[in-house]
Design a protein around this ligand. Structure first.
Ligand code: ZN
Length: 406
């Protein structure tokens, strides 16, 4: 018997409870358009019905096309069907009956994607329609869900579906740094850290508040950009979408401590412009105690975060260091030594890592001696703002001798 399961209606909803002190940039509202009515606009992959002014509607279409190009490339599946979206800037311009009462309510604050069609086994034919407020990038967010429904028939577990949709919302072509809006970053920095277990809990439901979405975004952003994990994260996600389901726990079981440490570091240092790719932890580095006459030599780049020195230190022991070379932290063509420039930018600094804990960073410079405040592996970097690493240039090398030698 062939039974056709039709009209499987799937709802996905982002209820954006607007953070109160965050001003939404609507941009370019035409003040004299009292009689404006929703119009249709088309691009290669989208059909949008919107009351936005023509220029804004076209700018939005362009943004959506860029987002779609990036996500479909990431998932390795081109978009095959037009994505239809209702984008509401001001409900007053939408005549009675143009939106259902439920949709009308939703688009005041957020958005919803409704997918309808047939599904039989692995076969599906779904059409997804987006209804979204024009604020908070909701159209891009919902369009990620619509693309997933139409392309894969599913969107994956809530944390993944919503985290990736927020990623789509903030994604900027050619820029892998943090581009999330300030209210997201401020919220994550102010609130107690959520564990990976809490963020990926499979009992979560969509539309459970923008705060939960920020954590899902943070985890997905981190995993998409960190080379220690992206080779596992991408196939896991593609598996979610193509019926080869895995779980977060299983995927990262052998790397969970490393992942917890690095994700925590990411949230602690979160700011716009933070580049996950420049702060990938080198777990394979070897460290040794300095003994005899052969110094431990570190080569440290200015344009990365903490890097292994190769030196393992013992609490209370003194270590002498001497750095050679110059590096640059800005457009300044001269560069500075490891002593750094005015304000301490460009100075060589260190930190100790021991059992997945980081100590407090301490200053080093071009040469001198330091007493190890603890046991651990020594990591080094060129002091600079964490959102300013990309324009740094140069590498310096540092030689280490323990106090009792040489
Ligand atoms: Zn969503």
């Amino acid at each position: 018997m062939t039974r056709r399961k039709t009209a499987s209606i799937v709802l996905l909803c982002l209820l954006c409870v607007a953070p109160t002190n965050y001003a939404i940039g609507q941009g370019g509202r035409d003040q004299n358009s009292g009689a404006r009515r929703p119009q249709d606009y088309r691009s290669r992959n989208f059909l949008i019905h919107t009351d936005l002014a023509k220029d804004d509607a076209e700018a939005l279409l362009q943004k959506m096309e860029t987002m779609l190009k990036i996500i479909s490339r990431y998932w390795g599946a081109p978009n095959r069907k037009t994505i239809e979206c209702y984008v509401v800037d001001d409900l007053e311009y939408w005549p009675a009956g143009s939106l259902s009462p439920g949709v009308r309510d939703t688009v005041r604050q957020g958005g919803i994607t409704i997918a309808q069609g047939s599904r039989r086994g692995n076969q599906f034919n779904l059409n997804a329609i987006v209804y979204a407020s024009n604020s908070y990038g909701t159209p891009q967010h919902e369009a990620v869900h619509a693309y997933c429904y139409q392309t894969f028939g599913v969107t994956g577990p809530t944390w993944y579906a919503e985290g990736m949709a927020e990623l789509g919302n903030y994604w900027v072509e050619g820029d892998t740094t943090v581009t999330a809006p300030d209210y997201v970053i401020q919220y994550l920095k102010r609130s107690p850290h959520k564990s990976l277990e809490e963020i990926t809990d499979s009992r979560q439901r969509t539309g459970d508040g923008w705060q939960n979405y920020t954590w899902r975004w943070a985890l997905c952003h981190f995993l998409v950009n960190n080379s220690n994990y992206y080779d596992r994260f991408r196939p896991m996600g593609v598996g979610f979408l193509t019926g080869r389901p895995s779980t977060f726990d299983r995927t990262f079981a052998s790397k969970m401590k490393e992942l917890e440490f690095e994700f925590e570091f990411f949230v602690d240092h979160l700011q716009r412009g933070f580049d996950v790719g420049r702060c990938v932890w080198n777990w394979k580095a070897r460290y040794r105690e300095q003994k005899g006459t052969r110094p431990v030599v570190s080569r440290i780049r200015a344009d990365k975060g903490w890097q292994p020195s190769g030196l393992k230190v013992v609490k209370g022991k003194e270590y002498r260091f001497s750095a050679t070379g110059m590096w640059r932290t800005s457009g300044d063509p001269e560069g500075v030594s490891a002593d750094g420039g005015p304000g301490g930018t460009g100075k060589l600094v260190g930190v100790l890592f021991n059992d997945y804990q980081l100590g407090r960073p301490f200053e080093l410079g071009a040469d001198g001696a330091v007493t190890a405040p603890d046991d651990g592996q020594l990591l080094l970097r060129c002091r600079d703002e964490w959102d300013q690493l990309s324009d740094n240039k140069g590498t310096i090398s540092v030689e280490w001798m323990s106090g009792e030698n040489g």
